[in-house]
Design a binder for this molecule. Sequence first.
Ligand SMILES: Cc1cc2nc3c(=O)[nH]c(=O)nc-3n(C[C@H](O)[C@H](O)[C@H](O)COP(=O)(O)OP(=O)(O)OC[C@H]3O[C@@H](n4cnc5c(N)ncnc54)[C@H](O)[C@@H]3O)c2cc1C
Ligand code: SF4
Length: 471
Amino acid sequence: MHKLYWRDRRITAGDDPIRLAGNVTGKGVGGSTVHYAMYALRMHRSDFEVRSRHGLAADWPLRYEDLAPYYEDVERELGIAGPLDWPWDPPRRGAHPYRPHRLNGVGEIMAEGCERLGIRWRPGPIATLSAPMGKRPPCVYRGWCIFGCSTEAKSSTLVTYVRKAVAAGADVRPNSMAFRVNLDARGRARSVSYFRPDGRGGWREEEQEASVVIVSAYSIETPRLLLMSAGPGHPDGLANGSGLVGRNLMVHSSHMVFGRFPEPVRQYKAPPASTISQDFYESNPSNDYVRGYSIETVGPLPIQFAQLLASSLGLWGRELREVMQDYNHYAGLGLVGETLPQEANGVTLDRNDRDQYGLPIPVVTFSWHDNDQRLFAAGIDKQRQILEAAGAEETFTVDDTAHLMGACRMGDDPDRSVVDRDCRSWEVPNLYICDGSVFPTSSASNPSLTIQAVAARTADALIAAAGQRTV
Ligand SMILES: Cc1cc2nc3c(=O)[nH]c(=O)nc-3n(C[C@H](O)[C@H](O)[C@H](O)COP(=O)(O)OP(=O)(O)OC[C@H]3O[C@@H](n4cnc5c(N)ncnc54)[C@H](O)[C@@H]3O)c2cc1C
Ligand code: SF4
């Protein structure tokens, strides 16, 4: 499974350095969706208007209504299995394409705790099939989802889209590493230079010409590629006139609370994504912070659980073995806590330190905003209350982060954004960025469904632009 993680050299910095590698980025065809946890959520209407509502962060150049039809499309294509009704924003829009999955042991505990506290909960909408789709079988509830699903019940960019793209003529060049976008004399993107395996354990350099270049390398590698593409007319990086390439990187607070229960829970069974509550998602004037969080079930497999115990609680040797003997009795909840964008958080290049291709390695800097810290403290407390209400004998907290967003934000103002609402860069007319890096704010929803909805909208914009092109 390590092949699925981005494990190339990176420096993590700032007051609160992010844990990189498997926790935040995938590698290879299909990207991070090959090992994501499959929660498939739409953002709320308020997520697009944080600046208008609170005077901080940024507004999206899009509104929920701009993305609604695309959410609908990608939910159908991915075969999202979810509840019939949805009590939170956006208002209910009919059934999900597939019926919800049964709750797993952790999901039942969360539901019970929520019921006792009067908190609303639902089975999470997730991207694994609850009935066959074509030749793909439904989920068999073995719980290996984050290690890559071998049955193909799990929908991902790889399973859902890549085959269709190849059938439509796409040429996929796996194991390649793009390192520069080249411009022509008119300042238009002309080609991409990349390294490709030479079959002898090394790399050879190749160049691919293109009429349109779309960079989709996610929130660290996209800004890195643009910064590495600096040239005479753009010494600070490509498409970086605003100076915002690599800035405003966000990551969700993903603090987890685990509770020990007298009866076995068997947290390894079935997809970890089971139950969700968004009762604390929206700003509430009685809080000492703005915006909010989702609470979702988690289900680390034994090796991951041992890793969490060792790294968070410092357990090792005999002590670790003793807690691990109770693995089956633990249930865990995790936050998706909104983080505010800050210009100081982001991606830069370390030109003195090189990776296996000889390219400057990225430095990822991150520090929490005061608001983030107040928000996740409240979320941790709420998760503990739910587990205790469900009968947890003891609880412990694991500090964590998940999901990168931002670092090449979209906007309506070329001075305050890197791409426009169609993901087209302001400065290079045939250069697009289409991935999680275009998010102006993080929301409290797992990002992949929105990334795909924005991509589908961008595809429509490209098709429309191609129709108007005269040469
Ligand atoms: C463990 C884990 C659990 C998650 N769970 C959820 C969840 O439950 N729900 C949810 O919505 N989201 C989840 N996410 C987040 C989600 O997977 C990502 O937000 C999303 O996949 C990002 O999509 P992307 O297209 O922006 O980038 P990616 O999917 O990361 O794709 C980037 C691609 O670019 C390639 N690449 C990068 N640089 C280069 C280069 N220079 N040259 C060539 N190729 C390059 C990479 O190999 C990769 O294939 C999870 C992520 C992780 C890691
Ligand atoms: S539980 Fe198994 S079959 Fe279902 S999505 Fe996860 S890995 Fe695939």
